[in-house]
Design a protein around this ligand. Structure first.
Ligand code: DGJ
Length: 513
């Protein structure tokens, strides 16, 4: 078996290959503490995921459990999770909670926490020591590197033949909160020196951090040192077993100054710095809890950054975004956070307290699961069956997918060879998906539509003096890329083409007269 890898094709599309086959991660990330107890995982977690049509899960690994005593590794949870995932026929992305998680060093083992002289903390400008270990602390980075590499070696030992583990996330939402940069003595010394040669070469600029980056110097400085630490850790693991690795970002949100979001995390403005520092990573993934998810997905998809979404809101709108992610953005992974909650009764869901939401800058409605489970399970199910068609048509004008981008985005216009299609989004309502439509032009008169909360209307091309009408309209389902008709729609049912709160597929055949 060959090792999972991410490759870019001649059209510029990135694909994750597993056993040499393209693999679209229809995923979900579990809550931070869920993977610390194997019995809980077995009895509660996996059953909650069944029926969601997922093919993979993002699961944390905790440094404090893996190396509870200095130099002594315990792989009980790691081994158990791999075995359980196999029993469930699920693939894994492991999320390494090492030195940094949400801009803090919460998951470091006690022997690291209690030795602040060796593993020194970042400091604020007034000298206050933070809970975050400084990325300039080589001793700490070295210990994380050793632990991560031991984890990867263990994964290789257990999994090289089976490829249950596909991808590794290295650290989580890295950066510093409450300050633009680290003001520890080591950081101050580095900050007033010229920027490192490797960075100067990559950017074609030279000078001190302030010369090169002006007002953004503090953030770029942190991006370089966090990126370099992640590179040390990831590349050491990859040398043992070359699994694809990525880092994720806490998004920049109002009021937008570094430190109000973690300064030095891989937000788009500092991608060039991160790329120079951490060439081993294949992507910088966004964690999206804002109301404007589609804008973020657009921003994080580029010729050098495939879309990998390790965390996204889990309210009903996430289904619409899943359609957009795979239909329009060629996403490698889509993964609502706290996925096990979808099995719960929405009224009984224990949402994070308001102060946690405020501290994490999370839109509270992102955790309202009303209507989510049924919609996500149906959407993931459809996406699974659409895979052969997505593979055939992606990167061409025959596949077009739109989603409502914001409050003032009312419609989209998709242009095909002989016809155009106007998609009108239904109103946004809580507990309902957003308007979205994935359209495949199967031949010049035949279209496969998958929609949510929208209505659609075909028209002939401008300048064509003809009418159009339906030759045939069918609802039905897709099975492994093949259309299986349900009803032949005519009479009342052909008056308008509408999609509701659950995804539906239709095939439309048109003619002109
Ligand atoms: C983003 C973090 O990356 C997750 O680990 C988690 O803390 C969520 N926020 C909020 O629950």
């Amino acid at each position: 078996m060959s090792i999972p890898c991410v490759k870019r094709d001649e059209k510029g599309i990135y694909t994750l290959y597993v056993n040499d086959q393209p693999f679209f991660m229809r995923s979900g990330e579990i809550h931070n503490s869920s993977a610390s107890n194997l019995t809980f995982m077995k009895e509660k977690l996996w059953p909650a995921l069944r029926g969601l049509n997922m093919n993979s899960v993002i699961v944390p690994l905790y440094w404090e459990l893996i190396e509870p005593e200095d130099g002594k590794f315990d792989f009980t949870t790691l081994d158990g999770i791999i075995h359980q995932a196999r029993e469930e026929e699920m693939k894994l992305c492991f999320l390494w909670f090492g030195l940094w998680k949400n801009a803090e060093s919460m998951y470091v083992p006690a022997w690291v926490k209690q030795d602040p002289e060796t593993y020194f903390r970042a400091q604020k400008v007034n000298g206050d020591r933070m809970t975050t270990i400084s990325p300039l602390c080589q001793a700490a980075v070295e210990r994380d590197r050793q632990a991560f590499t031991a984890v990867i070696a263990r994964i290789r030992e257990l999994d090289e033949e089976e490829n249950t583990v596909l991808v590794m996330q290295v650290e989580n939402e890295i950066g510093l909160l409450g300050t633009d940069r680290d003001y520890s003595p080591a950081a101050n010394e580095a900050f007033f020196a010229p920027i490192p040669e490797k960075l100067a070469k990559a950017l074609g600029r030279q000078g001190t951090w302030e010369d090169v980056f002006g007002e953004d110097a503090g953030e770029c400085f942190m991006a370089w040192y966090f990126g370099s630490a992640v590179e040390t850790i990831a590349s050491s693991g990859k040398a043992v077993y070359d699994l694809p690795c990525y880092a994720n970002a806490w998004l920049k949100q109002s009021p937008w100054f570094p430190g109000s979001y973690p300064s030095g995390g891989p937000v788009p403005e500092v991608h060039p710095v991160w790329r120079a520092a951490a060439p081993s990573l294949f992507a910088f993934g966004p964690d999206i809890y804002v109301p404007y998810c589609a804008d973020v997905m657009d921003e994080y998809t580029s010729s050098d950054n495939p879309l990998f979404i390790p965390e996204i809101r889990k309210d009903a709108v996430s289904s619409s975004y899943a359609l957009y992610a795979f239909g329009s953005k060629n996403a490698i992974c889509f993964s609502p956070f706290g996925i096990e909650d979808l099995n719960l009764d929405p009224d009984q869901l224990d949402k994070p307290p308001m102060e946690v939401m405020i501290a994490l800058n999370i839109d509270p409605s992102a955790f309202d699961i009303t209507g989510s489970r049924a919609c996500l399970s149906a959407t993931y199910g459809l996406l699974k069956e659409l895979e052969p068609l997505l593979l055939q048509y992606r990167g061409t004008s025959h596949l077009q997918t739109c989603v409502r981008h914001g409050e003032t985005d009312y419609s989209a216009f998709q242009r095909f060879g002989r016809y155009d299609l106007a998609v009108s989004y239904g109103p946004r309502q809580s507990g309902k998906p957003l308007g979205a439509c994935l359209t495949l032009e199967l031949d010049e008169n035949r279209f496969l539509l998958v929609g949510l909360n929208c209505s659609v209307k075909f028209s002939v091309k401008p300048g064509v003096n003809k009418h159009l009408d339906f030759l045939k309209l069918e609802d039905g389902r897709v099975e492994n890329g093949k259309w299986v008709p349900g009803h032949l729609l005519n009479g009342d049912e052909k008056m308008s083409l509408r999609f509701g709160d659950l995804p539906k597929a239709m095939v439309v055949e048109l003619y002109q007269f």
